[in-house]
Design a protein around this ligand. Structure first.
Ligand SMILES: [Zn+2]
Ligand SMILES: [Zn+2]
Length: 258
């Protein structure tokens, strides 16, 4: 399984920077997990092949350029863009984003080929298919309805925490997997901002270190993501100090293969 964390910003020469401001992972060039930078950083080839987007929660850093992406592709979509989300999140997207004020309600619009956007409600607790992937969604502990994911292609399995503070159900599903190749987990704030992390339901390296004690798998890659750019260096130092084997910070733009 190939996974890329899309870059959020580029320097003056167009080279991707390492800071992560937005969240969008692309799996095997066809499925996106969240859509923060989807309209900004997909390759031209990926713009043709990505037609399934799983939205873990409606925070702007996870959906910022989703409306722009559908707008961009509007005349060329020969099949609708499928937005997979829980019913609560679909309601919030319809109410707060695709509401004719912030942007058009694309789910009601068609082009020459048919509908351009379709919501696919995510069932709670049961695996579902997205393209060639089997996915299990599980609620995590964030300030809006949010899901973590375990994604498998039949050979490889990868877990995505999305935005969360300490949680139990996610680890139950993760630990039940027969094998797990990688865990992509958030680490948003440095340890000195533990209070802020707490009220906004995010991890610091210290609370992440505690949380990882709930993980029963060994030897997998643990990729820290969602480091707030203002504190990036400090968070990285504190993550390194945890001395957890195979824990590293995921690099935007790089393609990882498991
Ligand atoms: Zn969030
Ligand atoms: Zn976020």
């Amino acid at each position: 399984m190939r996974i890329q964390l899309l870059p959020s910003t580029f320097d003056a020469r167009g080279v991707a920077t390492l800071e992560q401001r937005l969240t969008c992972f692309v799996i095997d060039d066809c499925v996106a997990v969240d859509a923060g930078s989807i309209a900004i950083a997909l390759s031209n080839e990926q713009r043709v092949t990505v037609r399934d987007i799983i939205v873990t929660h409606p925070h702007l850093d996870h959906i910022a350029s989703l409306p722009i992406f559908i707008d961009d592709l509007y005349p060329t979509l020969k099949q609708p863009m499928r937005v997979h989300a829980t019913p609560e999140v679909i309601d919030l997207l319809e109410r707060d984003v695709f509401n004719w004020n912030v942007y058009p309600r694309f789910s009601e619009l068609t082009n020459n080929y048919g509908p351009v956007m379709e919501y696919v409600p995510i069932p709670a607790g049961t695996p579902f298919k997205v393209a060639h992937l089997s996915v299990i969604a599980v609620p995590v502990n964030h300030i809006v309805p949010t899901i973590g994911l375990v994604v498998s292609d039949g050979q490889t399995s990868v877990a995505f925490s999305s935005d969360t503070a300490e949680t139990e159900e996610f680890w139950k599903i993760v630990n039940e997997m027969k094998g797990l190749d990688a865990l992509l987990i958030e680490s948003s704030f440095p340890n000195r901002l533990a209070k802020l992390a707490d009220v906004s339901r995010h991890f610091t390296p210290a609370s992440l270190g505690q949380e990882l004690k709930k993980l029963n798998h060994n030897g997998l890659d643990i990729m820290a993501v969602h480091l707030k750019p203002s504190y990036r260096d400090e968070i990285i130092q504190q993550l390194n100090a945890l001395n957890i084997p195979k824990l590293s910070v995921m690099e935007p733009g790089r393609v990882y293969e498991w």
